[in-house]
Design a protein around this ligand. Structure first.
Ligand code: AP5
Length: 222
């Protein structure tokens, strides 16, 4: 199963992608995570991306397209993948289509997480991430057992620099201008499926699993 998760920042794409990746045994390909890893490793690519990410702007198309092409060429992506945070511009969407068509592996479904602005702001401003293992928490929605400490590895929790109030505003603006038009792009291709990103994680997951079953996508993936 080849799918894209589309939706505003904070819609819960990454959280749901992690659950689906386990349930369906598919690789979770997140451009945000790949760029943050590059930044942590202080690689030239990471340093190039830093300034854009901290402002909540998009990193150049050619950089992310190259990252994703390389990732999707790996053996584990042959059985399918969950793309999270990519594509985010018309150029990225067209480039993805071209590469996948060339490989005779078109997308099966694009899940659009339609999410209220108030929910998105609450989720982003309260998100905390483990600096060691990357696990996501939330100050009220998903609290760690001990405040500021990761339940899994004991690492210290921090707030992503782009989750500060002033940057959230810019990310939402960038999403509306550059990414939201992809909703229509995939609608025209008849592969868009809209779901409410406002729902809780488990409920959303159950709806998605039923959708995959209805579409006959489960057997190919699990
Ligand atoms: P990226 O990391 O992709 O950020 P994003 O799209 O803004 O998405 P988020 O990670 O903020 O939100 P999410 O929808 O995954 O929500 P999450 O599950 O974490 O990108 C970061 C930056 O990298 C970009 O700004 C850009 O600079 C660059 N970049 C990345 N991809 C790029 C591309 N293709 N092109 C160019 N530049 C690119 O959840 C958020 C919070 O809510 C968490 O605390 C979570 O615990 C909680 N939560 C999640 N789901 C629920 C739920 N259902 N109920 C209650 N709480 C929930």
């Amino acid at each position: 199963m080849r799918m894209v998760l589309l939706g505003p920042p904070g819609a819960g794409k990454g959280t749901q992608a992690q659950v689906l990746s386990k349930d369906l045994n598919l690789p979770h390909v997140s451009t945000g995570d790949m760029l943050r890893d590059a930044l942590k490793a202080q690689s030239p690519l990471g340093l190039k991306a830093k300034e854009y990410m901290e402002k909540g702007a998009l990193v150049a198309d050619e950089i992310v397209i190259a990252l994703v092409s390389e990732r999707l060429s790996k053996a584990d992506a042959k059985k399918g993948f969950i793309l999270d945070g990519f594509p985010r511009t018309a150029q990225q969407a067209e480039s993805l289509d071209q590469s996948l068509n060339h490989l005779h592996m078109p997308l099966d479904v694009v899940l659009y997480f339609k999410t209220s602005v108030s929910v998105v702001i609450h989720r982003l401003s309260g998100r905390r991430v483990c600096g060691q293992c990357g696990k996501n928490y939330h100050l009220t929605n998903f609290k760690s057992k001990v405040e500021g400490v990761c339940d899994v590895c004991g690492g210290k929790l921090f707030q992503r620099p782009d989750d500060k109030e002033e940057t959230i505003e810019n990310r939402l603006k960038v999403y509306e201008e550059q990414t939201a038009p992809l909703i229509e792009y995939y609608e025209k291709k008849n592969i868009l499926h809209e779901i409410s990103g406002d729902l809780e994680v488990k409920q959303l997951n159950e709806i998605l699993m039923r959708l995959f079953q209805r579409k006959g996508l489960m057997s190919a993936a699990v």
